[in-house]
Each structure stands twice: as C-alpha cells, then as structure tokens.
Design a protein around this ligand. Structure first.
Ligand SMILES: C[S@@+](CC[C@H](N)C(=O)[O-])C[C@H]1O[C@@H](n2cnc3c(N)ncnc32)[C@H](O)[C@@H]1O
Length: 328
C-alpha cells in the first residue's frame, strides 16, 4: 500500500504526488505504464481474481480504461498516450480501493461483461461470471437438439445476466427470471432496460413457489452452491457480494436438491434442466449416483454444470424428494 492514502478518498494533487513515489513524473506516465503498475501492485498485494477477469493485468486494464473514460476495446496504439495529473490521481485512487477494500473490479467500474454483453454490476447481486454464458451464445446446442423452445426459466437470476443474455440472443423466446432478493431484482430490472429485452419477465419468488402451474421448455439455473465451510473461508472480495447468492448448506446442495425435486412439475414433456453446482458436483454424484446427469464440457473443461431431462428427474423423483425434504 502506498503510505498516506486511504480507501474512498480521492487523492488531492499532493497525495497523488505521494502515491506516485517510484513512478516517473506524471507527464511521462502512459496508459500502458499504469496498467503494468496496477498489475504489479495487485499481485504484490495478494488480491484474489476471478469475479470478471482471472489475472492482475486484466483487472488493472479494466480499472485504467474505466477511470480514463476510454472504451474497453481501446486500440493498443493508445497505450503509449500520456495521462494528465488528474487522470493519474483518478486511476491511483481506484487501484487503492481495489487493494485496501478488496472490492471486486466490476463493482468499482459498475460494469461486468457476460456473454459478450455489458451488464450493470453492483453489490445488489453477484458479479456475473457463470460459464453458462458459453451455452447461451451457442444457443444451448447441442443440448436442445430438435426441441422447440418457447418459454425459458432462469431460476436465481441475480443481476439477470442469464435471463437477459438468453432473451437477447433468442428474441423469440419468452424468458422468466426469478430471485428471492428484492435488491437483486431491482438490478435485474435495470439490466433488462439497459439491454432492451422486452421478452424478459422478472419475478420475486422462493424458487418455484410463485410460478403456480407454469411450464417451461428449458430451466437454466446458477443457484447458490458454496458450502458453509467454504463460504466462511472465502477471500475478502466475496464479502462484498450478497451471501444469499453463495451459501448453500453443509455440502452446497440445499438449493440444487430442491430444484431437482420441483423442476419436473414446471418442465414441459421433453423439457431440460441445466444447473450449475460448481464444486458441489462430487457431493451430488455421491448422493444420487443413479441419476443420469450429463456434465457439460466447456472450452476450459468441466465446470460443475449438468444437463438432465425431465423424464430422468421423474424416474428418480422418490429418491430426490427424500433427500430434498430431509433438508426442510
Ligand atoms: C449464484 S447467484 C447467481 C446469480 C446469477 N444467475 C448469475 O449467474 O450471476 C444465486 C442467486 O440466487 C438467489 N437466491 C438464493 N436463494 C434463493 C431462493 N430460495 N429462491 C430464489 N432465488 C434465490 C440469490 O439472491 C442470488 O441472486
């Protein structure tokens, strides 16, 4: 940490001078210098990455471009451009907050990219980062096959990223996004406006409770799936996110089992459930070894996301219900 600076306070020119100790004078600092400097500071401070970008230099790039009001796809030729002293102060203040407060970069910039789309992101909901983005941009193929899709449900929608991105790429589908959190739903509504997706309906509900007899051809969900022990031990960055989006019992499966139990009542005849359980994958296959879950292979490998057909959920319903009911 640079001595003499604190979190929220935007530094004055004087404190900027203190902060730049070790940097060349401001007339000589370029955009690329700042990115390199931020990357080094973030690494040496031991920050945790992975909310949007998985490394220090990409996060530094995101923060620098945001503070300089430059587009995220800025041509590299501008990397050599020098920054002004006020710009330098703005960038360093943002770096300092990232380091001191461990705020995820997306909350500092107010923006997260998901499925190639720009979402508003703040502490009302988790930073969008699900690998389900890859399924959305590939039209959920090959999983949908010959199925006709009219209605899709995104359970646990958070910022609305899965529902809204799906609706964006499939304008003929009607997508319902559900969340229990009023705060998350208010952010999702803002994202619905931002991305102009009138084919999305957002609803407050405890999982399927408010849906009555509605049926969907596809249910997609990224529910909370972090175990109690893991939630308690998460790096400081995660403390800025709502715990309701993370904690899911001793084995991470409290929500997933309820979803597996109740999904058949809301899926059409040959409907599909796609569900993310992350590292709770092993616990789930231990509990339900006979249930034919297909674990999806992503570009980067398996990510704890399965697809299952309604017929298989119906066949194994008794055992799933027993497990889910035992959790109250
Ligand atoms: C892991 S976050 C996923 C958010 C978003 N789908 C995404 O991928 O970024 C899980 C979401 O589930 C919501 N949630 C937790 N328990 C719920 C429940 N019982 N019913 C509906 N939503 C719930 C949380 O508020 C949170 O927004």
């Amino acid at each position: 940490m640079i001595p003499g600076t604190t979190g929220y306070n935007r530094p004055s020119f004087t404190s900027a001078a203190v902060m730049t100790a070790g940097l060349p004078s401001f007339q000589q600092v370029s955009v690329i210098d700042l990115i390199r400097y931020g990357g080094s500071r973030f690494n040496s401070a031991g920050l945790t990455f992975g909310h949007s970008f998985d490394n220090a230099l990409d996060e530094a790039t995101q923060l620098v471009l945001h503070a300089l009001h430059l587009p995220h796809d800025l041509s590299p030729v501008y990397g050599a451009a020098k920054v002004t002293e006020p710009e330098l102060a703005d960038v360093l203040a943002l770096f300092q907050r990232r380091i001191d407060e461990r705020v995820p970069a997306a909350y500092l910039t107010g923006e997260a990219w998901f499925a190639g789309l720009s979402f508003k992101s703040d502490a009302r909901a988790l930073v969008p980062r699900s690998p389900i983005a890859e399924l959305i941009t590939s039209g959920f193929e090959p999983w949908l096959g010959e199925r006709d899709v009219e209605r899709v449900l995104d359970l646990c929608t958070g910022s609305g990223c899965i529902a809204i991105a799906t609706a964006h790429y499939q304008p003929n589908w009607n997508v319902t996004g559900i969340d229990l959190s009023d705060a998350a739903l208010s952010l999702a509504n803002e994202n619905r406006e931002r991305l102009q997706t009138p084919n999305v309906v957002l609803l407050k509900s405890n999982l399927f409770e408010a849906l009555g007899g509605q049926h969907f051809d596809l249910i997609v969900t990224n529910p909370p799936y972090v175990t109690n022990a893991e939630t308690d031990a998460l790096p400081a960055e995660y403390a800025h996110e709502p715990e309701l989006g993370l904690r899911a019992g001793d084995d991470g499966l409290d929500l997933a089992l309820r979803i597996l139990r109740d999904a058949p009542a809301h899926l059409t005849g040959n409907g599909l459930l796609i569900c993310e359980v992350g590292e709770a994958e092993q616990a789930l296959t231990r509990l339900l070894p006979e249930l034919p879950l297909t674990w999806i292979e992503f570009k980067v490998g398996q990510m704890g996301i399965f697809v299952v057909e309604r017929a298989d959920l119906v066949e194994h319903h008794a055992r799933i219900r027993e497990l889910a009911d035992a959790r109250g």
